[in-house]
Write a protein that binds this ligand. Structure first.
Ligand SMILES: NC(=O)c1ccc[n+]([C@@H]2O[C@H](COP(=O)([O-])OP(=O)(O)OC[C@H]3O[C@@H](n4cnc5c(N)ncnc54)[C@H](OP(=O)(O)O)[C@@H]3O)[C@@H](O)[C@H]2O)c1
Length: 303
């Protein structure tokens, strides 16, 4: 049997993406194959596609199918998997390959999709939830402390802001002018990012105990000044982290994070980042819209 997948065989702009018909992937031990219902776009998709992480190389060793977050229906089960069956509806993270009609993923870490969660939202969550929980654990704030989330209107920022608030942490969230109301609606105090950030934040709070830089843009020096020390700042995206002695956090999650956040969503105590849906054939446009920031929210591919 064959099915469709997005892939690129050389590094470059969105023009290197093509939709191909390929043999169905087969699950190995501990894996399942999902019939994909939704797979989100992350900045990592287009950063990898440009070859930014493979300096001097023009092409990956094998064609790459992008996509790290997925929601779908189990349609084949690998050896040793006892927790899932064909027909189960799940969501979770992959090591790549989700922007396709089918993807093979490790069964561990997949979470049942509650009926209340749309396929599109379910397929948008894994990376942003893993990242937000990981950094919050690293920062280790107690109830009553103050967290500055730089980029509170983005995918990671929306999750981190709400999880922190649910833990009794006060959150100041930066965003552009057009997203101030969104940040306020989450329960945080919004501040406009850009020039005079330090003054704007100090006008909103007399203390900042830690900073999560979920934007990777703007002045890290400002964030360090606000936190009072580089070891109270963690960035997930800033290229100047080393210059400022700031930790760059990459990869990994906290056990149970996705299940907990999905439970909070199903209970209605938090909201998911907004989703914008694109068909598989428009994956290039979706990756470009994410790269340029032309479209806000989690951009989701539906095959
Ligand atoms: N290290 C990791 O494990 C990891 C994991 C996931 C993501 N990331 C990286 O983290 C970053 C955020 O990911 P995401 O999925 O949350 O992206 P996103 O949804 O596109 O959010 C980007 C955020 O940055 C803000 N922003 C945009 N321009 C800015 C500027 N000039 N100054 C300050 N803030 C600005 C945006 O606010 P407005 O739209 O309101 O301007 C928004 O809040 C990306 O670079 C991504 O590659 C890293």
């Amino acid at each position: 049997m064959t099915s469709r997948a997005v892939q690129y065989a050389r590094y470059g702009g969105p023009e290197v993406l093509e939709v191909v018909e390929r043999e169905d992937p087969q699950p190995g031990p501990g894996q399942v194959r999902l019939a994909v219902r939704a797979a989100s776009v992350n900045p990592a998709d287009w950063k990898l596609r440009t070859g930014a992480f493979a300096p001097g190389e023009t092409a990956p060793r094998q064609p790459v199918v992008p996509g790290f977050d997925v929601a779908g229906v189990v349609d084949a089960v690998g050896e040793g998997v006892t927790t899932l069956q064909v027909g189960d509806e799940v969501l979770g993270g992959t090591s790549g390959g989700a922007q396709a009609e089918q993807v093979v993923v490790d069964a561990d870490g997949l979470v049942a999709r509650p009926a209340a969660l749309s396929w599109e939202v379910a397929g948008s969550l894994a990376t942003v939830v893993a990242t937000a929980y990981r950094v919050l654990e690293r920062l280790g704030l107690a109830p009553g402390q103050v967290l500055l989330v730089h980029g509170a209107s983005g995918g990671v920022g929306v999750v981190a802001t709400q999880v922190a608030l649910a833990r009794g942490i006060t959150v100041i969230g930066t965003a552009s002018g057009r997203h101030q109301d969104d940040v306020r609606a989450l329960g945080a105090t919004p501040v406009v990012h850009g020039d005079d950030l330090v003054d704007h934040v100090r006008a909103a709070t007399d203390r900042v105990d830690a900073v999560l830089d979920a934007a990777g843009k703007g002045s890290l020096a400002d964030l360090v000044a606000l936190a009072g020390s580089p070891d109270r700042v963690v960035t997930i995206a800033h290229p100047d982290a080393d210059d400022h002695g700031v930790e760059f956090s990459s990869g990994g999650t906290v056990d149970g994070a996705l299940a907990e956040f999905v439970g909070m969503l199903a209970a209605g105590t938090v909201r998911a980042p907004e989703v914008v849906v694109y068909p598989l054939e428009q994956v290039g446009r979706a990756q470009e819209d994410n790269r340029t920031g032309a479209v806000s929210g989690k951009l989701v591919i539906v095959p």
